[in-house]
Design a protein around this ligand. Structure first.
Ligand code: MEV
Length: 425
């Protein structure tokens, strides 16, 4: 197994970093070559992917190191513009690695497609008829997807839901449960529900309106946890138990307070979205599902929990809907996405989902550890200074010098960065 612990990677320049990842076995020569040129999507291809394309929008693609999930090492591709996310994920992953790594699991993957049925004359009779003909509806849905069925996937079952709209209108909603294997499967599910809608109309006596997948994928959950001895949490002047207790207190606030919960969860999604974007996944779908899942008790709460166990260890958990895909959609079109998948080298979408939630948990741990000790700004300032230097027009060769001088001056402002660039080096 290639190790994800690569000391000093952040100190190398970009091309040296690619060389190191090649030398230790993470990247092939072709992947290095593609990334050396930026690894971006070709503009001509972009023009074929969306309408009215004008160009290609770039984001930095980095890697977080040190991750170990279920006893396997991963180098985590992250596409994100926010400084410090990659560094803090790597830092937290190192702490968790020293504690044995993340444990992760998943519930299997069943997606939902919905058919909304209006003007149903007798809802009970309609439910009975739909249930009686479940196999027929499932067969119909699968008839258009023999390849998916051959791969072991396909429609698996139905559910019938009685929904009362806010204005009191009763409607029936047929759910088709679909195993999409390693694809997120949005197109497959949408085709399936459009295919079965006429039959559902006949059986229910109603009129089909919406026929679309649901992004609330609570039958496709992934879970990560970590257990960290307090000694591993000591930071600067703060001893381990102090940091542990601070993290537990911060977690409790995020469970109870909406204002904190949203910020706490934003930090979790910093990590998750970055991996989803790098791997070409539909991050809007997973964002939507994640926040809905955080509200499943009827109140919006933190996505993670942090507790002290009987042995005094810090125990963190994160469970979220994670309907990621390994194949399909636009995955494979983008060279950066192809490299991201090569780096992760996961065998299944379930494995990817488990890695993604581990990254979310790491990101949250890193944020809380900084917040309950020296604060978030210390690390942020050094990185913010680099962005300001770049905005002031510093070339890649000048960025580090200008950023360092900005931090020393205590005034990380655009005007000062411009003065520094204009003055003697
Ligand atoms: C910043 O992008 C994310 C944090 O605000 C998350 C948090 O407060 O937990 C640092």
């Amino acid at each position: 197994m290639v190790s994800s612990r690569i000391p000093g990677l952040h100190r190398l320049d970009r091309l040296e970093r690619l060389g190191r990842l090649h030398d230790v076995g993470w990247l092939s020569e072709a992947e290095v070559e593609s990334l050396a040129h930026g690894g971006a999507l070709d503009a001509a291809l972009a023009d074929k992917i969306i309408e009215n394309a004008l160009g290609v929008y770039g984001l930095p693609l980095g890697v977080a190191t040190n991750f170990r999930v279920n006893a396997r090492d991963y180098l985590i591709p992250m596409a994100i513009e926010e400084p410090s996310v990659v560094a803090s994920a790597s830092h937290a992953a190192r702490v968790v690695r020293l504690a044995g790594g993340f444990a992760a699991s998943s519930t299997g993957r069943l997606m939902v497609g919905q058919v909304q049925l209006l003007d149903v004359p007798d809802a009970e009779a309609a439910e009975h008829a739909l249930r009686q003909h479940a196999e027929e509806l499932i067969g119909l849905a699968n008839s258009l997807h023999p390849a998916m069925v051959r791969r072991g996937g396909g429609a698996r079952g139905i559910e019938v839901h009685h929904v009362l709209a806010d204005d009191g209108e009763a409607m029936l909603v047929l759910h088709l449960l679909v195993d999409t294997r390693d694809a997120m499967g949005a197109n497959t599910i949408n085709t399936m529900v459009e295919t079965i809608a006429p039959a559902a109309e006949n059986l229910s006596g109603g009129r089909a309106c919406l026929r679309i997948l649901s992004n609330y994928t609570d039958n496709c959950l992934a879970r990560a946890s970590c257990t960290i001895g307090p000694d591993l949490l000591a930071t600067g002047d703060y001893d381990g138990p102090e940091v542990r207790d601070g993290i537990v207190a911060a977690g409790r606030l995020a469970e109870a307070d909406l204002h904190r919960a949203v910020t706490h969860n934003k930090g979790v999604m910093n990590g998750i979205d970055a991996v989803l974007i790098a791997t070409g996944n539909d991050w809007r779908a997973i964002e939507a599902a994640a926040h809905a899942y955080a509200s499943r008790s009827g109140r919006y709460r933190s996505m993670t929990t942090w507790r002290k166990d009987k042995g005094g260890n810090l125990v963190g958990t994160l469970e979220l809907p994670m309907p990621v895909g390994l194949v399909g959609g636009s995955i494979g079109l983008n060279p950066g996405t192809r490299v991201a998948h090569a780096l992760l080298d996961v065998a299944s979408a379930e494995e990817l989902a488990q890695v993604v939630v581990a990254v979310g948990l790491a990101q949250n741990l890193a944020a809380l550890k900084a917040l309950v000790t020296h604060g978030i700004q210390r690390g942020h300032m050094a990185l913010q200074a680099r962005s300001v230097a770049l905005m002031a027009g510093a070339s890649p060769d000048e960025v580090d010098r200008v950023a360092e001088q900005l931090v020393k001056s205590g005034d990380i402002a655009l005007a000062r960065a411009r003065d520094l660039l204009a003055g003697p080096a």
